[in-house]
Design a protein around this ligand. Structure first.
Ligand SMILES: *[C@@H]1O[C@H](CO)[C@@H](O)[C@H](O)[C@H]1NC(C)=O
Ligand SMILES: *[C@@H]1O[C@H](CO)[C@@H](O)[C@H](O)[C@H]1NC(C)=O
Ligand SMILES: *[C@@H]1O[C@H](CO)[C@@H](O)[C@H](O)[C@H]1NC(C)=O
Ligand SMILES: *[C@@H]1O[C@H](CO)[C@@H](O)[C@H](O)[C@H]1NC(C)=O
Ligand SMILES: *[C@@H]1O[C@H](CO)[C@@H](O)[C@H](O)[C@H]1NC(C)=O
Ligand SMILES: *[C@@H]1O[C@H](CO)[C@@H](O)[C@H](O)[C@H]1NC(C)=O
Length: 575
């Protein structure tokens, strides 16, 4: 690439280093602990791996399984200390049944039970159960492993391990992962023709578009209120519409489609360079069908109108969306399966992936991260449903996606559980999104929201987050980000803080005297230090005011899609 600017030209090369100086942080690569090795989650091993000592937390313990008293699967009691996060892992195998869900339960002396996590265990090999607890009390607990469907004697448990993290340690661990998964090291090598062209030269960078987007839902009120619109477009680059694309909105009367609101919101988003995730092609809950659909009793008729719906909405917005919620809540509900057959969701995925093969098609479910004791929309069940869809004939290569709505209750979240839930969802290899994240007001709301958002951001499977909130005028009553005068609430301040933190600020890159300084054919070569940059699209500008006002820009993609963590950028400044 050669460009001429103010009489100067430069060449830009991107060299992806083959020597991989992977960040040698204290990140533990031990499959038992929170190393986020997604693969280990889905593997079922012939032998449970032996213990190795981990880093990143304190209080590491290997717990003994207590067979005394004839009660199997009770692990010895252990003391928790308030304010700490305990991650707990165990290896589970079934003796006879082919597979079954096994959960971890932590029981206090007062009888209160906390659910810590769940795994789909199998016969003949060992599956890892991960999870844990945010201790909001000090005192002893007993750890149990049990199943709703299986007898205790059916379940073998081994290598139960517990690790304690204080809040600082947990945060440190998140930051180490963020460094690894959301950033690259970048180093500039600049070759100048002579000393005077070196002197005064400045490299500056500006991120135009972060790879990871924290978005926000919007609704039709944005079309009516300029201040809402202004508030929105000055912050967000990613959105989804709450109801306007839903079937009950676009075809209130059979055969009379009206996309007016969705179209106008789509235009608003596009005019402001805001990406849109479609929500939702179908909703598997009977309650939320258009009222005329609910009255249909003939499956053939329902099939006809449903296929019309999929075709209509997906063709209309093809090429304009970054993903579609194809099936909303098809783990909790089964309207289409009940009416059309057990493979209804799978058939819709098959059809939709042909209509729009380029974007991920999501299942979108609630309670998956929010409640450790969820029985229906649990990560294991969501994973199982997606696996069924993919195993349906012809669906092997569909682009799937997992949406976890994330309507969290107003209380301290169980981050250890949330992490294990994301591990389970992520083990499918599809992008995982928090699609409707909110929390009602409560004394700890802002802190809890921050904990959840950071947990999501530091998980490698999570590719996007959409907040379900807005300014008071938007009518998002649960999560208000700004009051009627558009003054931020505490939650609004938090979102602004994270938007800023998750976007790289503009910076000048120092050109250093470096041990690798070199001279080649009389040219002077200098290096910048290795700098850590958030993934995304950048503009790099080289200026030198003393040199006929040299100023030249080019774009740079910082990404580890090639699997490399160091990018070297060569700049050749020429006359
Ligand atoms: C957390 O643990 C670290 C490392 O052991 C320690 O230095 C720090 O003081 C602890 N922080 C709190 C808040 O307990
Ligand atoms: C379509 O919807 C818009 C917005 O709700 C409404 O103003 C318009 O009258 C509708 N068009 C028809 C033909 O019903
Ligand atoms: C399918 O439904 C559409 C409108 O909802 C209707 O126009 C069409 O006649 C139906 N086709 C059949 C075969 O029932
Ligand atoms: C659903 O799909 C599976 C896998 O393709 C198939 O074995 C099964 O027979 C189908 N069930 C029905 C009711 O069509
Ligand atoms: C550089 O640009 C500034 C402002 O545009 C101008 O005042 C100055 O004369 C220029 N210097 C040279 C060497 O061209
Ligand atoms: C340094 O190089 C620049 C660009 O090639 C040229 O314009 C300038 O005259 C050179 N200066 C000296 C002192 O050689």
């Amino acid at each position: 690439m050669n460009r001429v600017n103010n009489g100067f030209s430069h060449s830009v090369f991107y060299i992806i280093s083959l020597l991989l100086p992977l960040i040698s942080s204290g990140l533990c690569m031990d499959p038992f602990s929170y190393d986020q090795t997604l693969k280990s989650e889905s593997e079922c091993l012939m032998e449970p791996p032996q213990a190795t000592v981990t880093t990143g937390g304190g209080g590491f313990r290997e717990l003994k399984i207590n067979d005394n008293g004839g009660i199997r699967n009770v692990v010895e009691r252990t003391d928790l200390e308030e304010g700490n996060i305990y991650s707990i892992s165990a290896w589970i195998k079934l003796r006879n049944e082919n597979q079954g869900k096994v959960g971890m339960i932590l029981r206090r002396d007062n009888g209160r039970k906390v659910y810590g996590g769940e795994v789909m265990a199998k016969k003949g090999c060992w599956s890892m159960l991960k999870g844990g607890i945010n201790a909001d009390f000090s005192g002893p607990i007993d750890i149990f492993f049990k199943s709703d469907d299986l007898a205790a004697a059916e379940i073998s448990v081994q290598n139960v391990r517990l690790q304690r993290f204080n809040k600082t340690q947990w945060r440190l661990q998140q930051d180490q992962v963020i460094e690894k998964i959301r950033k690259n090291k970048v180093r500039f090598q600049v070759s100048f023709p002579n000393e005077s062209s070196l002197k005064g030269s400045v490299i500056s960078i500006e991120q135009n578009k972060p790879s990871f987007l924290l978005g926000c839902a919007m609704n039709y009120r944005i079309l009516e209120n300029d201040r809402y619109k202004e508030w929105f477009v000055s912050r967000f680059r990613l959105t989804s519409f709450t109801n306007e694309m839903k079937w009950y909105s676009t075809e209130l009367v059979r055969g009379q489609e009206n996309y007016s609101l969705a179209d106008r919101m789509m235009t608003l988003a596009e005019e402001n360079k805001i990406l849109v995730k479609g929500h939702t092609v179908l909703w598997d809950d009977k309650t939320w069908q258009p009222s005329w659909v609910k009255k249909i009793t003939d499956p053939k008729d329902l099939k006809n109108v449903t296929l019309n719906r999929i075709n209509s909405v997906m063709k209309r917005y093809k090429g304009r969306l970054i993903g579609w919620d194809l099936m909303n809540e098809n783990v909790h509900f089964s309207y289409f399966e009940d009416m059309l057959g057990t493979n209804a969701s799978a058939i819709f995925f098959s059809l939709a992936s042909k209509l729009d093969p380029d974007i991920p098609l999501f299942m979108n479910e609630f309670n998956t991260l929010e409640y450790a004791n969820e029985r229906i929309g649990s990560p294991v069940n969501v994973k199982k449903k997606m696996e069924e869809i993919v195993s349906y004939s012809g669906n092997k290569k569909i682009k799937g996606g997992i949406g976890a709505q994330g309507h969290f209750p107003p209380q301290q979240p169980n981050l250890a559980y949330m992490r294990s839930a994301l591990d389970t969802l992520g083990s499918l290899g599809y992008p995982v999104w928090l699609t409707e994240f909110d929390m009602a007001k409560c004394p700890g709301q802002v802190k809890y929201m921050e904990d959840i958002l950071r947990e999501a951001y530091s998980h490698p499977a999570v590719k996007g987050i959409i907040i379900y909130g807005g300014p008071e005028v938007s009518g998002f009553n649960k999560l208000t980000l700004a009051d009627k005068d558009f003054k931020n609430t505490g939650a609004g301040d938090l979102i602004d803080k994270l938007l800023k933190e998750w976007k790289q600020g503009p910076a000048e890159i120092p050109i250093q005297n470096h041990e690798h300084n070199d001279e080649e054919e009389g040219r002077i070569i200098r290096f910048s230090p290795e700098i850590s940059l958030l993934h995304g699209h950048y503009t790099v500008t080289v200026t030198n005011p003393s040199m006929k006002n040299l100023s030249t820009s080019f774009s740079l993609e910082v990404t580890n899609e090639m699997g490399h963590h160091l990018q070297e950028v060569q700049l050749v400044i020429n006359a």
